[in-house]
Design a protein around this ligand. Structure first.
Ligand code: SF4
Length: 300
């Protein structure tokens, strides 16, 4: 199935609009906008490894969470315009810098361009695994379209409670879409496979634990464990801090409490979920990238 930007249904918004003429909910037209591309050392250990993950940050986003930590690029479209040949060159440049993979961050709304770029360099010495690092809100049709070039899926599973996804992302259908997508991804790539501690293929599901939403987290863990088994690979993140529009929502206008996070940790222990990467609960200042800088992850 070939998809393009003519009747855009690349994500769960199903806008069905012509992006050659106007922008969709994701704020982008067919013009590829990229904030930065670099070796990223802050991903999970099997993704970043010692050499770094060759990360490309796409601007715009189809989900648009009120608490987005990357709102400079997702909502404010920080970045520059590139063509498909230039995107293909980024793949090669990052490979030449010894990246372990190409990590496509928020790629959902640009998959037709990404796929073309991949085929420009395939069979021309490009060999890195492709990591598809999305919000989990791709349309299932889009996932099937991009699947042939993806080696590793790194999706978020943010909400299983549709009231929460509606409240914070204006996406009541997020849980249904995310559930379908987890099934497609796991069926296609299976569990994460590592070679010398570096991911080569498979699925690693991320979940950000949010304040006052622990039931949502436990339900997601329960859903994944029951449907896909205890040995599913996950990454549980505790780094939530109020950003962007969070202050409009009293209940998420604070960080996570230890007693909240302990409930999640106890669940993982109870069910022997050993393939879960866990972030320490951060009590001090939290570092956020600044995409207006040349080096967004460099702290002053
Ligand atoms: S990617 Fe999603 S939000 Fe953007 S135009 Fe397509 S369907 Fe709409």
């Amino acid at each position: 199935m070939a998809l393009d930007y003519t009747n855009c249904n690349l994500c769960g918004r199903y806008c069905n609009i012509n992006r050659y003429e106007k922008a969709g909910y994701c704020k982008t037209t067919d013009r590829l906008i990229i904030s930065s591309y670099l070796l990223h050392f802050g991903e999970e250990p099997p993704i970043s490894g010692a050499n770094g993950s060759g990360t490309i940050f796409f601007s715009g986003c189809s989900l648009g969470c009120a608490f987005c930590q990357n709102y400079q690029i997702s909502a404010e479209l920080e970045g520059n315009s590139y063509n498909i040949e230039q995107l293909a060159e980024m793949f090669i440049k990052l490979q030449n810098q010894q990246a372990h993979n190409i990590n496509l961050v928020t790629p959902t709304h640009f998959t037709p361009s990404i796929k073309k770029a991949f085929y420009l360099v395939k069979n021309k010495g490009f060999f890195l695994p492709i990591v598809y690092n999305s919000s989990g809100f791709d349309s299932p049709e889009n996932l099937k379209f991009i699947d042939e070039i993806v080696d590793i899926y790194l999706p978020d599973f943010k909400f299983i409670d549709s009231e929460l996804s509606k409240r914070y992302c204006n996406a009541e259908n997020y849980p249904d879409i995310a559930k379908k997508n987890m099934e497609i991804m796991i069926k296609s790539k299976g569990l994460l496979k590592l070679e010398n501690d570096i991911a080569k293929s498979g699925v690693l599901i991320r979940h950000l634990v949010m304040p006052n939403a622990i039931e949502n987290t436990i339900e997601i863990l329960e859903y994944l464990r029951v449907n896909f088994g205890n040995d599913i690979y996950m990454s549980i993140m505790s780094q939530y801090a109020p950003r962007y529009k969070s202050k409009k929502y009293n209940e998420i206008n604070r960080g996570l409490k230890k007693k909240e996070y302990d409930i999640v940790m106890n669940y993982l222990i109870k069910y022997d979920m050993d393939n879960v990467y866990v972030q320490e609960l951060m009590s001090n200042e939290i570092f956020f990238p600044d995409f207006q800088k040349d080096e967004p992850f460099e702290q002053n």
